[in-house]
Ligand binder design. Structure first.
Ligand SMILES: C[S@@+](CC[C@H](N)C(=O)[O-])C[C@H]1O[C@@H](n2cnc3c(N)ncnc32)[C@H](O)[C@@H]1O
Length: 249
């Protein structure tokens, strides 16, 4: 049996609340006068229920939402997993990303693709993303670069997919186009409608098959007697714009 070991991260569910904690002896979690002693979790199997506490290994979504240090706005799982699907990732694929930010999207891409090259202009954020990866033992298939993408020396016709999450993507379109292989997929995340309009004005010169989508996620209470939506939801985060590399005949 693959039991919990001292020092690993665990996800604790208590009622509708979730907690991500490092499993250290002598530590505990106290909620509403109920105590989960971590000594009692070590060497127990995943999924164990102790009192009203359920204990699991965290998924990547739990790690990103509850564990990642956020120095920048991050891409939420509702968007990140759809992005990964649209980029058509598998272990053979090479992906270009900028900006790295806190590394939230990068962690999702790294989990699904073969190789990621990611660029972040600000050193503080570059370090935060790497720290987040190291803390949770995430994949080593990421090449982190502390560089403004405009100064990056990226190979041409090399990447299967690219994702751009920067405020001003417009000056970089030609370079992204060149970096992509024929038929390569590109995606952009833009919080405001005026950014999308500005992108559309220059996009069609380089990319076709354009799609724009916004993803709304409504979470529900899981109590049978009062099944209903949560009071609050993450509604608008951003517009997602996707396209494919176009080659003029
Ligand atoms: C919103 S954050 C990205 C968040 C990231 N996608 C995540 O999920 O954690 C945008 C980042 O792009 C970086 N950035 C902006 N312009 C850039 C450029 N030209 N080259 C590299 N990074 C850039 C910013 O410093 C910022 O950290």
């Amino acid at each position: 049996m693959n039991c919990f070991k001292e020092g690993e991260y665990i996800l604790i569910r208590y009622g509708e609340k979730k907690f991500l904690r490092k499993l250290l002896p002598k530590y505990s979690l106290n909620i509403k006068k109920q105590v989960l002693k971590f000594d009692e979790v070590i060497d127990k199997p995943e999924g164990i229920k102790i009192g009203n506490f359920e204990i699991y290994r965290p998924t990547l979504e739990d790690i990103i939402l509850l564990g990642f240090e956020r120095k920048t706005q991050i891409i939420y799982p509702k968007d990140a997993f759809y992005i990964a699907f649209k980029l058509d990732l598998n272990k053979e694929k090479k992906v270009l990303e900028f900006g790295t930010g806190s590394g939230a999207l990068c962690a999702v891409l790294a989990n699904l693709a073969g190789e990621i090259w990611t660029y972040e202009a600000v050193q503080e954020f570059f370090k935060t993303a790497q720290k987040n990866f190291k803390k949770f033992g995430l994949k080593g298939n990421v090449k982190f670069h502390n560089l403004d993408f405009s100064k990056a020396n990226v190979p041409e016709n090399f990447f299967d997919a690219a994702f751009v999450d920067v405020r001003e993507p417009y000056p970089h379109l030609e370079k992204v186009h060149k970096a992509l292989k024929e038929g390569g997929v590109v995606g952009f995340l833009l919080p405001t409608a005026n950014q999308v309009i500005k992108l559309l004005e220059s996009l069609e010169k380089f990319f076709g098959n354009v799609e724009i989508v916004e993803i709304l996620q409504r979470q529900y209470k899981t109590v049978a007697e009062r099944f209903r939506p949560e009071d609050q939801m993450v509604a608008h985060t951003a517009y997602l714009v996707f396209g494919r590399k176009l080659i003029s005949s």
